[in-house]
Design a binder for this molecule. Sequence first.
Ligand code: CAA
Length: 276
Amino acid sequence: MDYIKYEVNGAVGVITIDREKALNALNSQVLDELSATLDSVDLETVRCLILTGAGEKSFVAGADIAEMSTLTKAEGEAFGKKGNDVFRKLEVFPIPVIAAVNGFALGGGCEISMSCDIRICSDNAIFGQPEVGLGITPGFGGTQRLARLVGAGMAKQLIYTARNIKADEAYRIGLVNQVVAPEVNEAGEVVKSAKEALMDAAMKMAGGIAKNAPIAVRNCKKAINDGLQVDMDQAIVIEEKLFGDCFETEDQKAGMGNFLEKDKEKKLKVVPFKNR
Ligand code: CAA
């Protein structure tokens, strides 16, 4: 892999898009490597992923403009499909994915963060869909996912105007769940950079998710994702099936047993996924 780093820390996998010279812009190779990395994740042991960009300045500054600049209509459509296929793989990945947005999240960068389950960002993050200024539409899911996340009116305004927004505005409109500031000491010196503080916050959240019953967490992701695609009558049936699927699992027996025995300290046992 030239452009993707993958590290596992306990039950948390961290994927870093590492093309810092181009502010982690997504060319075909990055997309292929990201897809292969997702295929290689050991789902027996990893329970939550974090996706971030290398460096302090940029999460992902979009799809690679140099690569796109000479594409024909057919090649443009194929490039859109390549991105969409990887982003969809991320969106329906069996375990939760947290986007740790460390700076610019523009175009394809905003779009890839929206394919993740949860977005948290550093206070220097900038979000936007600048595509119409480049003569194209958002093409890696932006026209669809932004509207679903922040509502059609706000999505249309951001996309039509191509206006970038800062972290606090992204938080206000519900695009991100949390904004993380650098840590400073009493003398006002930075003791933890924005990126370090962000990764700490992402690890803390991922660790908390990883402690919970893995079949239940996976089923929650599937219930929310699948349920949002259908009407409420069908959605509650999806929920019922995934709820039922949790019963008779080791976690359900242990989790409920702990409660009934009033054993608050007892934790769910960490056993490989296939043995649950
Ligand atoms: N594609 C290719 N290269 C990019 C890039 C991109 N999206 N974004 C940044 N780079 C490269 C620059 O070309 C530059 O390379 P060189 O050093 O070789 O010249 C390097 O990264 C550093 O960038 P800048 O010098 O521009 O850095 P800056 O601090 O002055 O500006 C920025 C930062 C505001 C993010 C600016 O780089 C920028 O506007 N980037 C493009 C953002 C954008 O328009 N993204 C949307 C792309 S379209 C898309 O994503 C379509 C889709 O939906 C699929």
